[in-house]
Design a protein around this ligand. Structure first.
Ligand code: AKB
Length: 318
């Protein structure tokens, strides 16, 4: 990657991926875009930024040409809970945006990355150590768009030779930008509420396991996959990757080690619980490890320590 266009840059991943890539590739070589502009954003102020609606393929192509981009990282998408509330919009944005981005990549010979998700699996998928290649019959609109997206990326690689690559992200946890409308968001909210209120009312039932990852590991995974030797990649779209699998009472117990009086209660949201129940408990990332050396630095304990430290500063809590 030399000159990279990113979509959806003010979202949870983009807010950290843009500065991360600018550190590696240089400020002027990372073109951030988003459907909106906001005040005091390092993404907007730290290098080139353009307003872009991913449903406007013509403007996307113009920006890629204007900046002579050789890579596209397409992040703009609705997450699982929002997609379930607005399925038509989710189809339009998740599939329409991806199709436009792939077309622009094809026309301009760009390498291409887009994230899939553990949401690409469904109730009939093996739940424990879910294999890389297995049954994918998701029960959510989010999952339908993720499986379709994986297939579409495979198609563009096989049919047109577009260098498409992707991972199935687990829930991503970070202290910079909060996720918007996912099922795994509880694992971010819990840290904020632990510091601000000393308690958390969890919408996911105790005992519900899901895969998770700290953002630093997710950013490194994107860069390492995009820079990997293509001759070694058998799967391309999309690799299972994970750092840890836990359920709400386990993250609560970890927080309690730092905030003694912290308490978790439960008020289960049937929609998000239903989504979580349809996803794997834990996925097997052996292929990512073997094909491009995927590895992680953070587990639940080291992530919790870092999250609480960084959030304390962010929230100005002593
Ligand atoms: C969500 O919960 O929707 C996302 C995901 C796992 O894809 N965090």
């Amino acid at each position: 990657m030399k000159k990279i266009l990113l979509t959806g840059c003010l979202g949870q991943i983009g807010s950290e991926l843009v500065p991360h890539l600018r550190n590696i590739y240089g400020n002027d070589n990372v073109i951030a875009t988003d459907i909106r502009r906001i005040e005091n954003s390092s993404v907007i102020e730290g290098g080139p930024f353009e307003v872009l609606d991913v449903l406007d393929g013509k403007s996307m192509a113009e920006i890629v040409k204007k900046h002579n981009c050789d890579s596209i990282i397409h992040l703009a998408a609705l997450l699982s809970a929002v997609a379930e509330a607005k399925p038509a919009l989710a189809w339009e944005i998740n599939m329409g945006g991806l199709f436009n981005a792939l077309e622009v990549a094809r026309e301009n010979k760009c390498a291409f990355f887009t994230p899939s998700s553990i949401g690409a699996f469904g109730p009939s998928t093996p739940k424990i150590k879910t294999p890389q290649d297995t049954i994918q019959r998701p029960a959510t609109m989010y999952g339908v768009t993720k499986v379709s997206g994986e297939l579409l990326c495979d198609y563009y690689y096989k049919k047109f030779g577009v260098d498409t690559r992707g991972v199935r992200f687990p829930g991503l946890i970070s202290y910079v930008a909060e996720p918007g409308g996912g099922t795994t968001d509880y694992a971010v909210d819990i840290y904020y509420k632990a510091l601000q209120e000393g308690k958390y009312n969890c919408y996911i039932k105790e005992g519900t396991y899901m895969d998770m990852m700290y953002m630093e590991d997710a950013l490194n995974a994107i860069v390492n996959l995009m820079e990997a030797d293509p001759s070694k990649l058998i799967h391309r779209n999309s690799f299972n990757i994970t750092a840890m699998s836990f359920e709400p009472s386990q993250i609560a117990a970890e927080i309690k080690k730092h905030i003694k009086n912290f308490e978790i209660t439960y008020d289960v949201d049937p929609i998000r619980q239903g989504i979580a129940d349809s996803w794997p408990d834990s996925i097997d990332d052996t292929c990512a490890k073997e094909e491009w050396g995927f590895k992680t630095k953070y587990d639940l304990s080291s992530m919790t320590e870092d999250m609480l430290l960084k959030l304390k500063t962010k929230l100005n809590i002593r």
